[in-house]
Design a protein around this ligand. Structure first.
Ligand code: SF4
Length: 388
């Protein structure tokens, strides 16, 4: 095994709170809008993937004991029940799971059955995030999803019946050509099912996806900004009046049900990521694994670190990045806490830009805190571009 890579990890200090992300790079079929790294699971590659994952797990720093785990993808639940069982066996062997308080698995309707759900529960998964996206079959077809609205609701009920008490749903808005009132109906149906958490994203046209190609060919038009804004506000209004806390730009939770693992990404938290395309942030360094299943597995087999990039952030750049990530949370950034964490006062880092964004009504500032306003929330990417 590559000695430099091994020592790098071994010598890093264990942070107080750390997460482990595992990327399962398979899907039943690619959705039209998807830019995540995943490949169709076409019979057999899961064995090679599991073997390579086992090798990568062996590189975790000795004593690494995550508090949060996140099995994402891709679609982890597209794995056959016996492959899922092998995945959980190897994690139990290679990872100290004794400190895990939250273990999330992503799943998609159409890939779940009672046997798989029981395997998840037995392994210790205690939070499930279901990719519903819409309860309108026309929208699901437009997005290229493999499931129907009915299957989505059935999957949700099956998860509840099998004992999952912490469930999240993903929804997508700003879908071109969506029937009138579709978003209102999606929100109503989601609320009727009663999840503890919702992630609601506007559809984005990522370069290289079939959806972007259809737009470029003039077949579909993106929903205009004003309408996107109206839909974002509708989501926010509907979910907050139903008792959900809007705690991150696209995320809503019942009190106490915020996703602890994702909060690591939206702050100074540290995490290690395993699997192709997985990212890590650890002890001031960031790296990303190669976005290719075969190249990732080959590197591990040959004893090389399967990284596509790696950077060590200077303290100031790291502090600016922490500022931007932390502003994604609606309770914003606490000034003294930020200084203690990063060693920088945010005014010393970006005082002029902060004052300008406050004047524009994008940020609001009190003596001890900086946060996005509602106006800033809807153009958050532009706000962050000024601060990074
Ligand atoms: S199920 Fe998720 S990860 Fe898989 S192709 Fe669709 S959007 Fe991408």
């Amino acid at each position: 095994m590559n000695i430099e890579f091994f020592q790098t990890l071994e010598n890093l200090k264990q942070p107080l709170m750390a997460g482990l992300y595992i990327h399962v790079p398979f899907c039943a079929r690619k959705c039209a809008y998807c830019d995540f790294y995943s490949v169709p699971l076409a019979g057999g590659p899961a064995g090679d993937y599991l073997q390579a994952l086992d090798r990568e797990c062996a590189l975790l720093p000795p004593g690494f004991a995550p508090e949060t785990m996140f099995l994402g993808g891709g679609t982890p639940t597209v794995l056959a029940a016996d492959d899922l069982a092998r995945l959980f066996d190897l994690l139990a062997r290679r990872v100290d799971l004794g400190h895990v308080t939250e273990w999330t698995c992503e799943a998609n309707p159409g890939t779940l059955d009672a046997e798989k759900i029981r395997a998840l529960r037995r392994a210790g998964v205690n939070r499930l995030s279901l990719g519903v996206q819409s309860f309108d079959d026309r929208i699901l077809e437009f997005l290229g999803r493999i499931h129907t609205a009915r299957q989505a609701a059935e999957s949700f009920r099956l998860l509840r019946a099998e004992g999952f008490e912490n469930l999240s749903l993903d929804l997508i808005f700003a879908v071109p050509g969506a029937p009138d009132g579709a978003l209102e109906r999606d929100l109503a149906q989601a609320l009727e099912l009663g999840p503890e958490h919702l992630s609601v994203y506007g559809l984005t046209f990522e370069g290289g996806t079939p959806l972007a190609r259809r737009r470029d060919a003039g077949e579909v038009r993106e929903v205009d900004e004003e309408e996107q804004l109206r839909q974002y506000r509708l989501v926010r209004q509907s979910l907050t009046s139903a008792g959900f806390r809007h705690y991150e730009i696209s995320n809503y939770a019942r009190p106490g049900r915020e996703c602890r693992h994702n909060l690591l990404y939206w702050g100074p938290g540290e995490y290690l990521g395993l699997g192709p395309a997985a990212h890590s942030h650890w002890a001031g360094r960031r790296w990303g694994n190669v976005r290719n299943l075969e190249a990732w597995a080959a590197a591990l087999e040959q004893g090389r670190a399967p990284r596509e990039f790696e950077e060590a952030l200077e303290p100031e750049a790291r502090a600016r990045e922490t500022l931007v990530f932390s502003l994604r949370r609606l309770d914003g950034v606490e000034r003294a806490g930020f200084q203690a964490e990063t060693g920088f006062d945010y005014h010393a880092l970006r005082g002029e830009e902060i004052a300008w964004l406050v004047r524009l009504g994008m940020l609001e500032e009190t003596d001890d805190r900086l946060r996005l306003t509602e106006k800033g929330l809807v153009v958050s990417d532009a706000v962050f571009a000024e601060l990074v």
